[in-house]
Ligand binder design. Structure first.
Ligand code: SF4
Length: 331
């Protein structure tokens, strides 16, 4: 075993995380759900969502048999709903093609919706103890700093080098501890502002000795995101609000939303208008400025497809994160 992996494994045993909910009774289903939730979301946020999700869908069969609305409801607030959609699609494939048993083979896993190479390797390594490297954001940061890689990590050549280096560090034994260790090190020690003084691999770390760890990985210059504006209108009658399910394509696909307008809507005579503070919501490719309005109407006839939802039931609907934030004013 090389020094990097030995030191990392020893450190993980002593200081790493051992009590995360998905670390108990390890099996492929729970590791897969946690890995998907942890993409773009911090551990502290994921824990509650994970527990609620597993309680409602304890097996891959339960998830496959659930309707999409129910899956979204248990995902609501985590954002990036494509992940929930892919979880649901993958669960159906696992049940249909693999009799409900996850194939612990990277090629088979990456062929499933929403599972990339690093996630596939993490599942195989944590569940099956396979000697495969991971390169999630934490592992990538550790490897790049350890080798003082100052290049742009998005280039194809650097990506290949990174996978080669990551593979070289993987031990033949204790792979689960190693994989957990590199994730823990990236999350707890080799953070944005690294704590090199307590790092178990400091002696071999090139960025620590010869470079500037805080400048690695190199930050890519992103073009300014375009801005869009919309109005979201919660029509209110008595103590219920009108909500509609979004189309299958486009932003917030299949989620429940109030009515969206691209320009300021007319307020019917005799209706009461309440305007809430504008909300800035950042998507991957653009920024959306939302002007929320509540229009209290005197009847239930609305010229849209949708349904009236009692105030207390708003919380149980699968709504986008931005809508959830605004609805705190209503609940
Ligand atoms: Fe990261 Fe510092 Fe450890 Fe290097 S020594 S791996 S920069 S925490």
């Amino acid at each position: 075993m090389n020094t990097f992996s030995t030191d990392l494994i020893n450190w993980q045993k002593k200081y790493g995380r051992h009590d995360l909910p998905w670390q108990k009774n390890i099996h492929a289903y729970s590791v897969w759900v946690s890995e998907i939730m942890l993409q773009q979301t911090q551990v502290a946020t994921v824990i509650n969502y994970y527990q609620r999700f597993i309680q409602r869908f304890p097996t891959v069969l339960d998830l496959a048999n659930a309707d999409e609305d129910s899956v979204f409801t248990h995902w609501a607030g985590l954002g990036y709903y494509q992940r929930a959609r892919n979880l649901h699609r993958t669960s159906k494939i696992i049940v249909r093609q693999y009799d409900g048993i996850f194939p612990l083979c990277p090629d088979a896993l990456v062929a499933l919706p929403g599972i990339g190479k690093s996630t596939a390797h993490a599942i195989c390594s944590i569940v099956g103890g396979h000697a495969l490297p991971i390169l999630d954001a934490n592992a990538k940061r550790v490897i790049m700093r350890y080798h003082n890689m100052t290049e742009d990590p998005s280039s194809a050549a650097i990506k290949k080098t990174l996978w080669d280096l990551a593979q070289q560090h993987v031990p033949q034994q204790n792979c689960r501890q190693y994989t957990q260790g590199i994730m823990d090190l990236g999350a707890q020690v080799c953070t944005k502002k690294p704590h090199c003084d307590i790092c178990p691999v400091q002696s071999g770390c090139k960025a620590h000795h010869f470079g500037d760890p805080e400048k690695i990985p190199l930050k890519q210059k992103r073009p300014k995101k375009p801005e869009r504006f919309c109005y979201l209108v919660w029509y209110q009658y008595d103590d219920a609000f009108f909500m509609q399910k979004r189309p299958e394509k486009g932003i917030w696909a299949n989620l429940w939303c109030p009515i969206e307008y691209t320009s300021r809507p007319n307020v019917p005579n005799a209706a009461k208008l309440v305007e809430l503070p504008q909300l800035k919501h950042i998507f991957t490719h653009f920024i959306l400025y939302i002007s929320p309005m509540i229009i209290q109407v005197g009847h239930q006839s609305i010229d849209y497809m949708g349904k009236w939802v009692p105030r207390e039931a708003l919380q149980t609907l699968a709504v986008p994160a931005a809508v959830k934030k605004i609805q705190r004013h209503l609940i």
